[in-house]
Each structure stands twice: as C-alpha cells, then as structure tokens.
Design a protein around this ligand. Structure first.
Ligand SMILES: NC(=O)c1ccc[n+]([C@@H]2O[C@H](COP(=O)([O-])OP(=O)(O)OC[C@H]3O[C@@H](n4cnc5c(N)ncnc54)[C@H](OP(=O)(O)O)[C@@H]3O)[C@@H](O)[C@H]2O)c1
Length: 330
C-alpha cells in the first residue's frame, strides 16, 4: 500500500495567495489496473497560470500543475518502468493513471533523451515555457534580422528564452524585469539592454534603448508596462500576448484603451495558448535542446527543495523571487 501526498486548494484565492489557501493531505493508492502506471514525482512546476486557472475549480480540488516523474510501476508497454515522463498530475507525489486516456492535457508523454542536461528542464526550457517562447515568439512576432524586440517578464522562465531566441535571429533585444540582479543576468545571457521596471522610468529608458522604436513586443505582464511599450512601437509592429501577470493577483485589473496605437500604427497583436502547437510539441523541445547543446541558449532555475514547500515556491514565484524557471524538487 502506498501513501501519496497532495496539496489541496483549501480556500479560494483573493489577492496574493497565502499559506491558508493550501492544505497538505495524504491518499492511499490502490493496485494498478490493466494499462495503468504509477508515477513518482521528481520535480514539480509552479507556474503563473495556476493563480488565475484555479478560479475554475472548486475548493477541495488538488492543485493543478505539471511534473517530471519516474514510472515506478507499469502495466502499459508504452510507459515502461524506469522511464521519465511529463504529466499534468497536479501537486502530488505519486499518481496512478492510464496514460492513454483523456485529452492532451491529461495525457503524459515520455521525455526525450536530454543527454547531459538536467531532467528538471522538462518543466522549463524543454517543456511548456520553452515551447511558449519558441512558438509564441517566432510564429506570432515573426522577427526579422536587425529589428528591435522588447520582452517583459524578461528574466522569467519564458522571457529569458525569448530574448535569447531573438538574439539568435539577429535582433536587438531589450528586456524589462523587476530587480537589478535580474537585469544583470539577462545582459549576461545576451540581452542588449535591461530595464528595471520597479526603479527606472520605463518610458525614458526604452527611448534610449530603442531609439528607432520597437518592432516586436513579447508581452508576459500587461498593464502599465505594456501601455508604455505599445506607445513606442513602430508602424506594422507585432505583439505576441503571452500573459498578463500584473493582473493575476489584482482583484480588479486596470483597463487601458489600446485602440489608438493599434489603428494609428497598424499594429498586429495576437494572443496565444501554447497548446495551439501540440502537434509540433517535440519540434520545440528538440530545437531548444539543440540550442543548449550548441551553447546558444542558457537556462537558469530557482529550485525549492521539498514537496512540503510547494506553496512557498508558488507564492515566491508570483512575487518575483525566481530567476529563470521556478521548480520544486521533491
Ligand atoms: N500563453 C501561454 O500559453 C503561456 C504559457 C506560459 C506562460 N504564460 C504566461 O507567461 C508569463 C510568464 O510566465 P513564466 O512561467 O515565464 O513565469 P516567470 O516569468 O518565470 O515568473 C513570474 C515572474 O513574473 C514577474 N511578475 C510578477 N508580478 C509582476 C507584475 N505585477 N508586473 C510585472 N511582472 C511581474 C516576476 O518577475 P519580476 O521580478 O520581473 O517582476 C516573476 O518572477 C505569465 O504571464 C504566464 O501566465 C503563458
């Protein structure tokens, strides 16, 4: 008999999450049925989407989320014992599931061979955030050489990769992020300019960093930052709307009227949900892995030790403690 630990959404979020929103419980797991596997979590992801998405679930649900897990028992030949998988199993240490059942979100996949790089990257650059950067930037912004690209949330899981892909494509890249340490780091990984949105005048700094205006904007944050960047976009600029984290913990988001810039500058803006590229998922992972192996892409993780610390890791990520991808190691 195996006891799984799981984090329950104990109280509805209101503003920033706190410890009282979560409750740790145990669950006794039974025997495997035909085609089922038992997966043991090794690394778990804490991501911004969990904050708004949990609003769709009733209190008492297991917290949603992805994990890199090891198949420890298997009655499914496609998922042999010992293999490492990615699964959206939620915040739980052990899971029994039939990996062939359900929609794309429910179905785990066997991770490709990462070679020398850590398995935890299956939650970051070699997983959903990496593919958000790869597809969300290249397919929507369609950057051209010598163009100027601005990235908000630039030191995070997605943003830190978008800037590097923009450099690979020959662009000038400006990153906007929340601490001086993050500004230093993004310049170390290739960003040409870094702006600290908490201490600097974004409008004035962006004018200096992008004197010819902005051609592409990859937006992770929304709000005031986005209003300022949009004001400095060039005619026929492209905006990829990845996320709006500045509003996730607000009870009421401020509303701006972006229409003037859209009409006057004939901008193109497109939002995306990364699952749009499910059919090409492995292409993103393989390309990002290749860039890492060629030394063209750097990654960073902020790893919290211990399953019992998942709420702290989640709250910390929403408050900007992480540089690169926020991960929990069981
Ligand atoms: N569309 C999709 O399919 C998709 C997929 C993945 C992610 N996303 C979105 O992409 C964005 C980034 O996700 P991620 O996983 O890469 O997270 P992340 O950037 O690694 O972590 C979140 C970061 O957001 C920043 N932040 C927090 N509050 C902020 C605020 N009020 N204003 C500006 N920045 C704030 C913090 O950095 P600072 O220190 O810089 O403030 C924090 O470190 C999120 O909006 C997420 O929802 C969308």
């Amino acid at each position: 008999m195996l006891i799984a630990k799981k984090w329950i959404y104990a109280k509805a979020f209101s503003g920033y999450p706190t410890a009282e929103n979560f409750r740790l419980e145990e669950e006794t797991l039974g025997e495997l049925k035909e085609d089922e596997i038992l997966a043991e979590a090794i690394f778990l992801s804490v991501d911004p989407y969990m904050r708004p998405y949990m609003g769709q679930y009733p209190v008492g649900t297991v917290m949603i989320g992805g994990q890199v897990a090891k198949v420890v028992k298997s009655k499914n030949s496609k998922f042999p014992e010992g293999r490492f998988i990615f699964g959206n199993f939620g915040w739980r240490t052990h899971t029994i599931c039939n990996p062939s059942v359900g929609d794309f979100r429910a179905k785990p996949y066997v991770l490709p061979d990462f070679g020398e790089v850590p398995l935890s990257l299956g939650l970051g650059v070699l997983g959903m955030p990496g593919n958000s950067a790869y597809f969300g930037f290249l397919e929507i912004c369609k950057p051209k050489e010598c163009e100027t690209v601005v990235v908000s949330g630039a030191a995070g899981a997605v943003g830190s990769l978008v800037g590097q892909i923009a450099k690979i494509k020959g662009c000038t890249v400006v990153g906007i992020t929340g601490t001086d340490e993050k500004c230093e780091w993004i310049k170390n990984i290739g960003y040409d300019y870094a702006i600290n949105y908490k201490t600097q005048d974004i409008k004035a700094e962006l004018k200096k960093a992008a004197p010819k205006g902005v051609d592409c904007y990859f937006d992770n944050v929304g709000g005031t930052t986005t209003e300022i960047v949009r004001g400095q976009m060039n005619t026929f600029g492209r905006i990829s709307v990845c996320g709006i984290i500045s509003s996730y913990n607000e009870e009421r988001a401020k509303v701006f009227d972006p229409q003037r810039d859209f009409v006057g500058k004939q901008l193109k803006q497109e939002g995306f949900v990364v699952s749009r590229w499910n059919a090409r998922w492995m292409e993103g992972i393989e390309q990002n892995l290749k860039w890492i192996q060629e030394g063209k892409m750097k990654y960073r993780e902020t790893i919290t030790e211990g399953f019992e610390n998942m709420p702290d890791a989640f709250i910390g990520m929403l408050k900007g403690v992480n540089i690169g991808k926020a991960i929990v190691k069981v």
